[in-house]
Design a binder for this molecule. Structure first.
Ligand code: PGA
Length: 254
């Protein structure tokens, strides 16, 4: 198995002013220090991207946006393009987050257009997939995740993958305090890796980082990270407080 550096991301959603984002960015680097065996990715709101980028000095810290539009420019009031994200120094862009899909009505087609555009602009996507509660209860988890993956990855070849990250985020676990068990998450992660082997090839499948999101907390992080196909975490609520995010970043290898 190839080395997959753990990818621990703070998705701040629509939280934190520029001042709050700046204070957090300085504090986490000071308290945790440079990183060698893991990466920390901060995903502030658009308004704080430039300020956070300007403060990222320690090794191992990287910047992500939470969304983008697929067009380069145009009359799209309220949208932000990939060249704009490049301009502020984004390393990644989160795409297809369940809140984008289910609160703002993004379709598989929208997500696919965004993924293709991000790859074209060489900003690797953090592609989010995951089933709703009723889909899990109906035994459709694998089919839903496969549909989302196939649609988002359609038309991409092995040379497009780059640093693509896939986030498995069961919708019923996001912000609910209800985490998937490590075994439930591992099962889906392993199937995502198999799918990547089928769509691309085995080497790429072994290289792609597949991260888990959904009520990750200091008390479940170590067990989640002990699973062989869980290569990192996308953390919402618990990333807002320095103490809890710090503990998550400093997960212990069991
Ligand atoms: P949560 O959010 O950790 O608050 O469940 C995760 C996410 O939405 O990425």
């Amino acid at each position: 198995m190839s080395e997959r550096k753990p990818f621990i991301a703070a998705n701040w959603k629509m939280f934190k002013t520029v001042g709050e984002a700046v204070a957090f960015t300085e504090a986490i680097q000071k308290e945790v220090g440079p990183l060698v065996d893991r990466e920390v990715i901060l995903a502030p709101p658009f308004t704080a991207l430039a300020a956070v980028r300007g403060l990222m000095r320690a090794e191992g810290y990287r910047l992500a946006a939470q969304n983008c539009h697929w067009e380069e420019k145009g009359a799209f009031t309220g949208e932000v393009s990939l060249p704009m994200l490049r301009d502020v120094g984004c390393d990644f862009v989160i795409l297809g987050h369940s809140e984008r899909r289910h609160v703002f009505g993004e379709t598989d087609g929208d997500v696919a257009r965004k993924v293709a555009a991000a790859i074209r602009h060489r900003i690797p996507p953090v592609l989010c997939v995951g089933e709703k509660l009723e889909e899990r209860e109906d035994g459709r988890t694998a089919a839903v995740v496969e549909r989302q993956l196939s649609s988002a990855l359609a038309g991409l070849g092995p040379s497009d993958v780059g640093e693509l990250v896939i986030a498995y985020e069961p919708v019923w676990a996001i912000g609910t305090g209800r985490t998937a068990s490590p075994e439930q998450a591992q099962e889906v992660h392993a199937s995502i890796r198999e799918r990547c082997a089928a769509v691309f090839d085995k080497d790429i499948a072994n290289r792609v980082r597949i991260v888990y999101g959904g009520s990750v907390k200091p008390d479940n992080v170590d067990a989640l990270m002990a699973q062989p196909d869980i290569d990192g975490l996308l953390v919402g609520g618990a990333s807002l407080e320095l103490a809890s995010f710090r503990r998550i970043v400093q997960f212990v290898k069991l």
